[in-house]
Design a binder for this molecule. Structure first.
Ligand code: FES
Ligand SMILES: [Fe+2]
Length: 450
């Protein structure tokens, strides 16, 4: 059958080298076995063949600006500590003492000249070197000839984002991210600071999270309120190594939405983000997106923000990147929204959903992260205070905002269906091409092709 996904409308905005639609790889039409969503056996394979082999986003550089600043990154059964070095570089270690295996970093962040193990006070320099063994003389030399330093993992930085890999033979990060690294560089994330950081535990497999956030096909059903402000005809691009991109047009009602004229409350919010007073705006809902693009260009001209590097689409819309295996980043010139899907250590039917808002502080009136990101109005956006990570447990309302709370309610329902004898695996549309691309890459790792 001759099926062409280009038959649905897309919105690419003005020409820009990064906006050109790419040829699609042939990812086939098969449906994967749903056991990948719930069996402990599959989860073990994922840990051994995917998470321990790929690059993983561990944190952001702006959280550890000075020598000795460190952050902790926990995923599945592992914990890592990422430390700013004397030479300005960043190194990462397993968060485990070589003596008896105690963790050495017991908080999300810290700053230290050295690490002291809480169990028997062995000490380690910030480069991982062991500097002190308590009562050294009581150890047989043949015991201490084993490695007594912290165990290092690969660590590289791209656009202010710190990645680690447990795989010594992993390809360089720049090669792994490919073209996506160049795209992300446009947003100058290295100059952004964390202004909100939340985690919540959900009763679903981590891939249920990735899948739900990798498509907007479900918006009309799960988040009908978004139909007033978002067009759900989108451009999707698929890149090597399981990476992907999607443009979601904002400030433009979906064609499914009956009123294409009235500037509804949601679009008013987006106009206000761009510095346009909704009270005096005379255009229609359909004209709002272009007005926002124009207003942002004018703001850039006035304050020297250099938005020439962005296409119109990138100014008004959500430009979303999927980084294999467990990251999605929604990019706007002012701020980026990171979603991290963290598998539970033991239960494949649980994951932790993490959101991080990164914002570039500028001394410009009204300059804030886009309102849709749900930043609390009293959040400090100056970069002076790093907000604590707020973590809500299973069953507690995650309070992530209306849209994300709707997802948190739906995902456990989908998870339950995954193990039904009546479900034989997902049937993906072309609107869900990013999901197929992600699962096909996952299969390559699981099948030992990568
Ligand atoms: S476990 Fe760290 S010093 Fe003993
Ligand atoms: Fe959703």
């Amino acid at each position: 059958m001759n099926f062409d996904f280009r038959n649905w409308d897309i919105h690419v905005g003005d020409p820009h080298p990064f906006n050109a639609e790419r040829p699609r790889p042939d990812n086939g039409t098969h449906r994967p076995d749903p056991s990948r969503f719930f069996t402990p056996e599959y989860w073990t394979e994922e840990w051994d063949k995917v998470f321990t082999k790929t690059w993983l986003l561990a944190g952001v550089e702006s959280d550890i600006p000075e020598e000795g600043d460190w952050l902790r990154f926990e995923i599945g059964p592992e914990s890592f500590v990422v430390v700013r070095q004397a030479d300005g570089g960043v190194r990462a270690f397993y968060n485990v003492c070589p003596h008896r295996g105690s963790q050495i970093a017991l908080a999300d962040f810290g700053s230290a000249n050295s690490f002291v193990c809480p169990f028997h006070s062995w000490k380690f320099d910030i480069d991982g070197t062991n500097t002190h063994i308590t009562d050294r003389e009581t150890f047989h030399p043949d015991v201490l000839c084993h490695k007594t330093d912290l165990t290092e993992v690969r660590c590289e930085v791209s656009s202010g984002l710190v990645f680690i890999s447990m795989n010594d033979d992993v390809m360089p990060l720049a090669e792994y991210l490919g073209e996506v690294a160049e795209h992300l560089a446009l947003y100058e994330i290295q100059d952004m600071v964390v202004v909100q950081h939340k985690k919540s535990d959900w009763a679903a497999n981590w891939k249920g999270g990735v899948d739900a956030f990798y498509e907007i096909y479900h918006l009309h059903a799960v988040h009908p309120q978004t139909q007033a402000v978002m067009d759900d005809r989108t451009q999707i691009d698929l890149f090597p190594n399981g990476m992907s991109r999607q443009f979601v047009p904002f400030a433009q009602p979906s064609p499914r939405f009956p009123d294409q004229e009235t500037v509804n409350l949601g679009i008013q919010m987006m106009l206000a983000d761009a510095g346009i007073d909704p009270e005096t705006f005379t255009g229609t809902a359909q004209e709002s997106r272009a007005a926002i693009q124009k207003a942002k260009r004018a703001r850039s001209d006035k304050y020297g923000l250099g938005y020439e590097r962005f296409s119109d689409t990138q100014l008004s819309d959500s430009t979303i990147y999927g980084l294999f295996p467990n990251i999605q980043i929604g990019c706007h010139p002012e701020a980026v929204f990171i979603h991290r899907f963290l598998p539970d250590a033991d239960d494949p039917k649980r994951f932790t959903y993490e959101t991080i808002i990164l914002f570039k502080p500028e001394d410009i009136p009204g300059h804030r992260p886009p309102a849709w990101m749900g930043l609390s109005p009293d959040a400090d956006i100056t970069g002076m205070t790093r907000p604590d990570i707020v973590h809500t447990g299973l069953g507690e309302p995650p309070e992530l905002g209306e849209v994300l709370d709707q997802d948190s309610e739906l995902l456990p329902i989908v998870q339950k269906g995954a193990r039904s004898r009546g479900f034989a695996g997902p049937l993906w549309s072309e609107q869900e091409a990013r999901l197929r691309h992600f699962h096909v890459e996952l299969d390559r790792y699981i099948n030992g092709e990568k």
